[in-house]
Each structure stands twice: as C-alpha cells, then as structure tokens.
Design a protein around this ligand. Sequence first.
Ligand code: DX5
Ligand code: ZN
Length: 220
Amino acid sequence: MKNREILVSPSLLSADKRRLESEVESCKNAGADWLHYDIIDGHFAPNITFGADFVKALSDKGLFNDVHLMIEDPCKYAKKFIDSGADLITFHYEAVEDCLKACERIRGMSEKIKVGISIKPRTSVEEVLPYLNYFDLILVMSVEPGFSGQAFIPSSLDKIRILRKYIDENNLNTLIEVDGGINQDTCQDVVKAGADVLVTGSFFFSSLYRPGAIKMLKGK
Ligand code: DX5
Ligand code: ZN
C-alpha cells in the first residue's frame, strides 16, 4: 500500500463570512493544503451559497483553489470560476448528460485547469469507474449536498475502498476526495479506506486549535 500524503481542504461554507480574509489566512497558517469552495445553486441542492466573485476575492492567497460545483449545467458556469482563480473544477455526475463531454469542455477552457467528478451518496460508485482515467479527481459526497454540519454516511467507506482498489489496480493518478462529516471520529476510517484529500467544514472551523485539527486529519 502506497503511503499517501493526505491533503486537507477546509470548506469555506463553514467559515465566518464576516471575516473571510482572516479565515483564509487562518487556513493557511494552520497547514491546510487546499481551499474548498462549495458552490450551490438552489436547484441541484436545496441551498444557495457563493458565486465566481466570491472565489475571485479569495483565490490569490496561495492555497490550491478547489471549486466544488453543486450546480445544474456546470459547463455553462465553469469558465467564470476558472477566470476567478479555480485550480480544480469538480462537477457532479448527476448534473450532466455525458460526463466525458463535460470533462472535455471544461479542460478546453484552460490549459492548467484540473477536472474532478463528484457523486452524491445515492449514486453507486460503479457508475463512474469507467470514466475515472479521464479525471484528475473523484469527489465522494459523504453527506447529502447542501449543508455543512451533517453526519457522515458510513456506506461512503465502501465507495472509497472500491475506488482505491480500482485506481491502484489500473495505475491511475486520480485523487480520491471525501466531502462531508469529516472529523476526529471519521477521518481515520476515511484515510484507511483510501482517501487522498479530506474536505472539512464544521470540524475545522469550530476547532479551538486549528493546526491541531489539521494534524489530526492528516494522521500526524
Ligand atoms: C455539503 C458540503 C459539506 C461541506 C463540509 O454540500 O459540501 O459537505 O463542504 O461540511 P462538514 O465538514 O461540516 O460536513
Ligand atoms: Zn464540497
């Protein structure tokens, strides 16, 4: 088993919206690797969060900008997020007719952009296995899209194990990211199952000592 470096991507959905610049500084100083932007349109999931201008305001702070589009018609808006500083655009398998076409379209918008695909809890992981080699990342939603602070869905661990096995057996470079309910009680199982990147919202932003929260998530 490769000893993988675990990356942590704090989700700004849980940040104090009155102090965003200092919250992002705090993510950096705490040792976060990425910054996770949960973009929700009120249609794909029952919440409305941020737009491209929000990303633009925070994407020049030196963290890898991990943009999670929980929106319908992601290809229509992807370019705006890329122009706003996104380094990775992850869209939902359930939001497009043809995920390979969508992947190609987004890749065509910029030479540098990384492209990820995400599946909701009720979507079986077998549906996306055939497409993984086209994507830089697969994002497993371990809660229903929409809100932070929800409980981790335990069946997500089976999905992560299946993905880890498939990616390793096929020598793919696709990263596994897990999003939802990641905290001190769930992170070890998620990492053991094979995750590479952990999204953390409420656990990280509610921690009294954030560097310690990052270390715990990284298993250090
Ligand atoms: C759901 C969001 C959450 C969020 C993580 O739409 O994507 O999963 O980022 O929040 P926590 O870590 O509080 O579950
Ligand atoms: Zn997310």
